[in-house]
Design a protein around this ligand. Structure first.
Ligand SMILES: NC(=O)c1ccc[n+]([C@@H]2O[C@H](COP(=O)([O-])OP(=O)(O)OC[C@H]3O[C@@H](n4cnc5c(N)ncnc54)[C@H](OP(=O)(O)O)[C@@H]3O)[C@@H](O)[C@H]2O)c1
Length: 268
């Protein structure tokens, strides 16, 4: 009988993370999904059960060092870890600065609105520090159990820079740098580290954002028209790439770009 392989997917309670977790469970991985909201975790588990898929759930916040250490301690106390998918993340649209409308209460005395430090720090903490913390604990667990496992980091097609995306693009560029750096450091333990950089996905996160900011919809339609394949990605199509990265034994240090040919980071 072949050995059961264990996987952790951060941000696995919905969106891409859930699509990855379900696909892993279907492929025979014992899969733990982590997220902050217990209700989303419960729903993810129940919906998977309805399809005879087992998902384990652990409530955890990737921005907290203690919480991440507890997550990995729980999952790897008695079992080895073979895969960590660092997926938790959230886009933030903010211009670095912009000229305020006359009389705007939010403007500073010089009449300029600024990207807040708080927004910058929250985004970098979730999208980059969260990957650092979970990747570090995953590598430690794999070394402790002497498992040649894999870490898959979810980046973004926008990691090279994009209009209105200072914090997010900087964090994702950092994720890609960590991917290469860790592949150099962890190769001697047989641990592979791969990035997956999706284009925009037609999922709940996009729908919620467009509902909150209807004025953003026209910009996104223009952006979509620049994609060679002419449409957004389906979450399952990106989950396929994550699972390929998890399984292919000669892949490390690379970032798989899966973006329908790629929109530019800006359209006029
Ligand atoms: N959506 C896109 O078009 C797109 C494009 C390129 C790249 N990506 C990247 O793909 C990944 C997934 O995106 P998505 O659109 O599927 O996101 P999503 O639908 O918003 O789901 C995000 C997941 O992360 C969890 N999460 C958020 N903050 C967390 C925290 N501090 N600790 C632990 N879990 C946390 C959420 O659960 P809780 O809120 O309950 O914690 C949820 O399970 C992200 O890294 C994103 O940057 C997305």
């Amino acid at each position: 009988m072949s050995e059961v392989r264990n996987a952790i997917v951060t941000g696995g309670s919905r969106g891409l993370g859930l699509a990855v977790a379900r696909r892993l469970a279907r492929d025979g991985w014992r899969t733990t999904v982590a997220g902050r909201d217990p209700e989303s975790l419960r729903r993810a588990k129940e919906e998977a059960e309805a399809e005879q898929l087992e998902l384990r759930t652990v409530q955890a916040d990737v921005t907290s060092e203690d919480s991440v250490r507890e997550l990995f301690a729980k999952v790897t106390a008695t079992e080895p870890l073979h895969l960590c998918v660092n997926n938790a993340g959230r886009n933030l649209s903010r211009l670095l600065v912009r000229a305020a409308r006359p009389g705007s209460a939010a403007a500073e005395p010089d009449g300029v609105l600024r990207h807040s430090l708080e927004d910058w720090e929250n985004t970098v903490r979730l999208c980059l520090t969260g990957v650092f913390l979970a990747g570090r604990e995953a590598a430690a667990a794999m070394i402790r159990h002497q498992v040649p496992g894999a870490i898959v980091n979810v980046s973004s097609g926008l990691a090279g820079g994009a209009y209105g995306q200072s914090a997010y693009t900087a964090a994702k560029a950092g994720v890609e740098a960590l991917t290469r750096t860790w592949s150099y450091e962890l190769g001697e333990y047989g641990i592979r580290v791969v990035g997956v950089a999706p284009g925009v996905m037609d999922g709940q996160a996009l729908h919620d954002k467009l509902a909150r900011h209807p004025e953003h919809a026209r910009y996104m339609e223009r952006l979509k028209s620049t994609i060679p394949l002419g449409r957004w990605a389906q979450e399952d199509e990106i989950a396929d790439a994550v699972c390929f990265a998890a399984e292919n034994r000669y892949l490390t240090g690379s970032v798989i770009r899966i973006d329908g040919g790629g929109p530019p980071g800006w359209v006029p």
